[in-house]
Design a protein around this ligand. Sequence first.
Ligand SMILES: NC(=O)c1ccc[n+]([C@@H]2O[C@H](COP(=O)([O-])OP(=O)(O)OC[C@H]3O[C@@H](n4cnc5c(N)ncnc54)[C@H](O)[C@@H]3O)[C@@H](O)[C@H]2O)c1
Length: 495
Amino acid sequence: MGGFYDEVIASNGVYKFYSDGEWKETTSSRTVKILNPSTNEAVYQVQACTRDEVDTIFDAAKAAQPGWAKTPLWKRADYMHKVAALMKENAQPMANALVKEIAKPAKDALTEVIRSGDLISYTGEEGLRRLGEGKMLVSDSYPGQDRSKICLSQKVPLGVILCIPPFNYPVNLAVSKIAPALMAGNTVVLKPPTQGAASATMMCQAFHKAGLPKGVLNVATGKGSEIGDYLTTHPKVNCVSFTGGDTGISICKKGGMTPYQMELGGKDACIVCADADIDLAAKNIVKGGYSYSGQRCTAVKVVLAAEEIADELVAKVKKGVEGLSVGMPEDDAAITPVISESSANFIEGLVRDAEAKNATFVTPYKREKNLIWPTLIDNVTADMRIAWEEPFGPVMPIIRVKKIQDAIDHCNSNNLALQGCLFTKDINLAIRLSDAMSSGTIQVNAAPARGPDHFPFQGFRDSGIGSQGIQNSLEMMVKVKTTVLNLDQPSYTVG
Ligand SMILES: NC(=O)c1ccc[n+]([C@@H]2O[C@H](COP(=O)([O-])OP(=O)(O)OC[C@H]3O[C@@H](n4cnc5c(N)ncnc54)[C@H](O)[C@@H]3O)[C@@H](O)[C@H]2O)c1
């Protein structure tokens, strides 16, 4: 593997957890096995931290926070640039781990790591400028007041941020939380997803090697279902930044007065209007729907096609789907095994439901263990689960609509409302439709996408709380502290 990551791994091969600036082994001598989705065999093991160890981790984060908040902003930005450079220099072993533990195609795995380095650098730059800016208000803009009060507000850290990313981008969605949290003067406890824990843990070595002060970043590993509640309800947590599925909703329900940044599931709709460029729409549906086997929050998860062009669109999407390579992530296949057997079973449940309700299978459903061939399902109707639920797999439903309003109504009646996209050549129609679709982001003439990573990103309804994107995440990681100067007489009385 090379020297850079050596100290991350214990002599027995188990990945260590990270607390107070040191890589450590649990006293529980329990580990969590990470299965390779391609083989269903254990490929890595991480420490199963005990509750006492979790307490110690939070103690370290809490103790380090005031000192870190006093570290000048330019120095914090310097750390970010150092971390980004180290991550990029040592990207390949981390990318290899992504291939093994989450079956991400090899090229995409490397892209995830490089993109994460870029995100950290950009956050350093953006934080340097934005976090140094505050606001000055004078009192006489309010009725009845004279100018005897001057209000100065600045952005101050929240404290300790608990960061919980999902399996599908365990590196990128970890740094999208960690970098803004740290730039804003918070300290961090990271809880990686089980599958993705090896790569997320390796990622933290870049922070360690960059010389980040001890306790500023910490990593607690263990099963979300075992230590999750203990972490999210821990009294030392000042904000939970979470990305995942419905687990996020239950975290909010169980929690107290803690601020939440929640990025949850999506059922991103793709509306194809009668005047659309059908080749462009088909290309985007194939790429947007099936990349990483559909396991992306911003994957196209339902197509709403105008009846007039539906036959042509389905034929073109079918051609694209049939051209996708199916196989192993090491070979950079487009379609690779989905994350787990239970996920594959869930996807199959949606497929069987659509089959029983007479949907048309444009490409046949085929599965070998966790590997599911890309499936295109036409004539899906509102009584089918797949019309509403997120498969998180390479399975695409097409609903034919008589009127565009039917497509809008379908999107807006789903509780999931992350992104959406629409295809039309008419810019006026595009704006009207975008305004009518009640989802966080609408892409015009392209598939949904999270990046570039400085664009705002926000789920509506059950798809999230708070806004993401580098700029918005920086704002989510601070609170406003105000000092009011009370003058002995209004400030305009001299001169
Ligand atoms: N909105 C977005 O930006 C975005 C991005 C990527 C993925 N997602 C969503 O994530 C889901 C897929 O990811 P997943 O399967 O890893 O999601 P998940 O909700 O199962 O798990 C997410 C994280 O929560 C942890 N966890 C599990 N139980 C917990 C508990 N009780 N307390 C605290 N943490 C706990 C997991 O270990 C993991 O780290 C999909 O629904 C997808 O749409 C959303």
